[in-house]
Design a protein around this ligand. Structure first.
Ligand SMILES: NC(=O)CC[C@H](N)C(=O)O
Length: 427
């Protein structure tokens, strides 16, 4: 029987009363360096289980979780969220919506398929760090190009393992989201790390400007035909979609391309007037990281576009649409992150198992008359989709593009195509 591989230590109770800093520092600059142990690893093998604990996760509630590091080393602050997906860690690592967050995977065994060239959801890892129970000692997959540890080290992302992810998840479920600090630096005291976690906040910070593209570009889809699927038929050939990049996942673009759309991706700050000049058939407002109420400029852009062309909002895009329609967003207790969330489509009555990743939600009571709640999350009754038919608006709080996750909601792309078709035919 393996010896206990984690160690939870509560630091001196007096540290619990450290006051919160009145001026929370915004996102700190990362100072990470590549772990030499990882860099010298034998290809296909990660470090052995005999490695001793060399990392800490210090949570703002004063708890300290000793762990072993892989990937990069250094010190990083972030908000801890747990993700219940069983597969798809590479898509999760490259989802820009995780900027400012540490992703804790509840699936205890991670890294067994390594990473490959095809499953990237963006060109970068924007998340703050990865927290897992056990890193696979070997990787084995026909598409594997490198180990998870090497991949994270090259991208300056800290990973920790041999930590009780189940206990941390239960704590987050009980107490709500917590800020934490991941560190491999022995020179930093527990108190210093605790103070760092308590003087940082993710609420009220514009994170989309840090992940959006800098210039517009045309999306040229390189999806291997082997992976191509289309449940709804290819009827989007004539449609030009402009996609606002608030941290867009590539699979949203791949799914639109699969319907034959021509896609132009624009930065989050691109003026609405420029978009409308191009006379697109539809506009997509993408997913993206952070607090949707902290980006009023994006809400203004959405407002200027509403009613002029059909629009589709996904996750952050849905939250911006909700605000542009006059509604409000709020922070959830610990959010939804995983590939197993049941959602009821109130129009069809069908239940979809969906991929989700959000910490905020639209308050349906704050929405004006005429705005229809189309989908509800069956775990907690929160608003999972909206429509305002009078202005050809549709949005989902979750991820019809999956990646990772089930494809039950893929039909939403077909509905967006139908919306554009209807408007074009009647024009
Ligand atoms: N995936 C997303 O677009 C996330 C939206 C928003 N950042 C939230 O956490 O609620």
């Amino acid at each position: 029987m393996a010896t206990a591989a984690f160690n939870l230590a509560l630091i001196n109770p007096s540290t619990f009363i450290l006051p919160k800093s009145p001026n929370p520092t915004k996102l700190r600059v990362r100072t990470l360096r590549c772990s030499s142990a990882t860099a010298n690893a034998v290809p296909g093998l990660s470090e052995g289980p005999w490695k001793t604990s060399d990392a800490r996760l210090v949570l703002e509630d004063g708890s300290i979780w000793r762990a072993k590091s892989f990937g990069a080393s250094g010190t990083q602050v972030g908000e801890v969220v747990f993700n219940t997906s069983l597969t798809g860690y590479q898509e999760i690592l490259t989802d820009p919506s995780y900027a400012g967050q540490f992703v804790l995977m509840t699936n205890p065994h991670i890294g067994n398929t390594g990473v490959n060239f095809d499953d990237e959801e963006s060109n970068q890892c924007f998340l703050g760090g990865l927290v897992i129970r056990s890193i696979s000692i070997s990787t084995s997959n026909w598409r594997c190009a490198e180990t998870l540890g090497d991949y994270l080290a090259e991208r300056n992302i800290i990973g920790i393992y041999d930590v009780d992810t189940r206990a941390i998840t239960r704590r987050l479920r009980q107490d709500g989201s917590l800020v934490g600090v991941l560190s491999t630096e022995e020179s930093k005291t527990d108190e210093e790390l605790l103070e760092m976690s308590r003087s940082w906040d993710i609420v009220g910070v514009d994170l989309i400007s840090g992940v959006s593209c800098k210039e517009p570009y045309e999306w040229v889809d390189k999806t291997n035909s082997e992976w191509e699927f289309n449940y709804g038929g290819r009827d989007g050939k004539a449609f030009h979609v402009v996609a606002y990049d608030f941290g867009i996942k590539h699979n949203i673009l791949r799914r639109l391309a699969s319907h034959g759309c021509k896609i132009t991706v624009v930065p989050s700050t691109w003026p609405a007037s420029e978009i409308l000049k191009r006379k697109p058939d539809g506009v997509l407002f993408s997913n993206g990281p952070g607090d949707p109420s902290a980006v009023p400029y994006a809400v203004e852009t959405v407002k200027e576009i509403l009613g002029k062309v059909p629009v589709f909002g996904i996750c952050m895009g849905h939250q911006l649409l909700g605000q542009a329609l006059g509604g409000k967003t709020f922070k959830m207790k610990f959010g939804h992150h995983g590939g197993n969330h049941p959602v009821r489509n109130l129009r069809s009555g069908h239940v979809e198992i969906s991929a989700q990743n959000h910490n905020y939600a639209v308050d349906p009571a704050s929405l004006p008359e005429g705005v229809e709640v189309t989908h509800v999350n069956l775990n907690d009754g929160s608003c999972a989709g909206l429509a305002y038919p009078a202005q050809n608006i549709m949005s989902l709080q979750y991820h019809p593009e999956a990646s990772p996750g089930p494809r039950d909601s893929d039909y939403a792309f077909g509905e967006f195509i139908k919306l554009m078709k209807k408007v074009k035919v009647n024009a």
